[in-house]
Ligand binder design. Structure first.
Ligand SMILES: NC(=O)c1ccc[n+]([C@@H]2O[C@H](COP(=O)([O-])OP(=O)(O)OC[C@H]3O[C@@H](n4cnc5c(N)ncnc54)[C@H](O)[C@@H]3O)[C@@H](O)[C@H]2O)c1
Length: 440
């Protein structure tokens, strides 16, 4: 009965959709459902975020403030920090963080806290979907018992599914509604309802047998990236030693029309997903007495990249008779990848720490990140972005390109800099002044 009513409400688009966690994943998801014609509610414990949204202000680079203001004005999006209002939506999608603890184990505290908030307001007829990236078994073993603790039963009173988010921030070709969505339910009714819901807002639904397959699918996708990036990072070091340009090799290899996908080396892994999610799987493996050697090795290679880059900077400065200590070094780009404003887990901060430890006179520029945010791991980095004018560039002993933002004018940068270390092959089209460029 409850299931039929919810299904009809989804089909009629009268079902209200709630999203918990109004961050890089939650806001684009709200956008997909609003565009599909649903009324939405957004929940976040961060009152400042809620206030900014209520004031019609976006804090996510690729979501415009005018769109937020429009949805708030028309009440198609109601943000709140009041978790007692979790009984209002018919479907609740959970998009809270899943970081690693200090000992690099999964930190599910955000998911658990959210499940408790939902449990306190849970009413018959609601569909709950976990979207946060996590290890296989989380929805059934962690979320379900909390939701059922108040006496309501899954499959009878409420419904539960897992559907991973596949957001690719900074990629203008894909929005949340344009990316196929994998959906797995705790039971068949939950699966059907979740498929029906996403089917209204997303281009294609990929149903899988259960929550565990959907959870494993997301971790496979991210582990695949981590391992392949590690492989090209390893080859970069080897090819550099024997005088081959790894980027030229990849450009040539990618002309093969089948069986090869290009991955690119860099100064290390960044972002909230690729450096973190594979370790959720290693943790599960350890619990089952197994070791995920690919994941561990990839992690080892990728985390060694900042040190490799610093060695290249040291060599480059050495060539012009300078030590790192006392040299003025400017890092270009602290966002974790090009054209985004998200600096989480960015390898640039590791580069900064390593350079500061070696006595460099450090500065940075990033048009997307005006100030280094407060971070748990890099507490002492308190810097603001410097303007890139000819006088400033000429005053630097070395300019280190860590993030290849499209907005940078690389001809201008090379023209006015004395020495450039490029970790992204961002200067590949620069013709003049190439003798000043070293790749790393
Ligand atoms: N950012 C991405 O590109 C991306 C892509 C795919 C998957 N993911 C996954 O999606 C999940 C969310 O990532 P994100 O990048 O959107 O994180 P985020 O930090 O940008 O946003 C999470 C939000 O959740 C809020 N929050 C935390 N605890 C809460 C609670 N108990 N109740 C309500 N709100 C709470 C935080 O205040 C924050 O605003 C993670 O599991 C991540 O791995 C992220």
């Amino acid at each position: 009965m409850a299931e039929m009513m919810l299904k009809t409400a989804i089909e009629n688009k009268t079902a209200k959709v709630g999203v918990i966690g109004l961050g890089y994943v939650g806001i684009p998801l709200i956008q997909a459902f609003v565009k599909a014609g649903f009324s939405t509610m957004g929940y976040d414990i961060d009152q400042k975020k809620v206030d900014r949204l209520l004031a019609g202000e976006s804090y996510i680079g690729h979501i415009s403030s005018s769109w937020i203001a429009d949805c708030i004005g028309s009440k198609r999006f109601v943000p709140t920090a009041d978790m007692r209002r979790l009984a209002e939506p018919d479907a609740i999608l959970i998009c809270v963080p899943t970081p690693l603890s200090d000992s690099r184990d999964p930190d599910l505290s955000y998911i658990e806290a959210t499940a408790q908030q939902i449990a306190a307001a849970l009413r018959p007829g609601q569909l709950i979907v976990l979207e946060s990236t996590t290890y296989p078994g989380t929805t059934r073993d962690v979320v379900l018992p909390i939701l059922e603790s108040g006496g309501l039963k899954v499959g009878k009173d409420f419904y539960l599914a897992y559907s991973p988010e596949r957001e690719d921030p900074g990629n203008p070709n894909y929005t949340a509604s344009g990316i196929p969505k994998v959906v797995g339910g705790i039971d068949s009714d939950s699966s059907e309802l979740a498929q029906a819901l996403y089917g209204q807002a997303v281009v294609k639904i990929v149903p899988v047998a259960n929550c565990e397959v959907a959870e494993a699918c997301k971790i496979l996708e991210n582990t695949y990236r981590s391992v392949n990036i590690a492989m090209v990072n390893e080859l970069k070091v080897l090819f550099d030693r024997i005088g081959i340009d790894v980027w030229e090799v990849i450009e040539a290899a990618k002309t093969k029309p089948f069986g090869f996908q290009a991955f690119y080396p860099g100064p290390g892994l960044g972002g909230h997903c690729i450096p973190i999610d594979p370790f959720y799987l290693s943790w599960v493996a350890r619990k089952h007495g197994l070791i995920t050697r690919f994941i561990e090795l990839a992690g080892e290679i990728n985390t060694s990249m900042p040190l490799y880059v610093i060695n290249r900077v040291t060599e480059a400065l050495n060539e012009v008779g300078k030590p790192v200590r006392g040299s003025k070094i400017c890092i270009l780009g602290v966002a974790y990848k090009k054209d985004v404003d998200d600096p989480r887990e960015s390898p640039s901060f590791e580069l900064m720490e390593l350079l500061l430890a070696r006595g460099a006179v450090l500065s940075y520029n990033d048009p997307q990140v005006p100030k280094v945010p407060k971070m748990r791991r890099h507490k002492t980095l308190d810097m603001t972005s410097q303007p890139l004018d000819p006088v400033f560039l000429a005053s630097q002993d070395c300019v280190l390109i860590a993030t290849g933002h499209t907005a940078y004018d690389y001809d201008f940068i090379v023209k006015h800099s004395r020495l450039i270390v490029d970790t992204r092959n961002a200067t590949k089209n620069v013709r003049s002044g190439r003798e000043k460029i070293r790749k790393a």
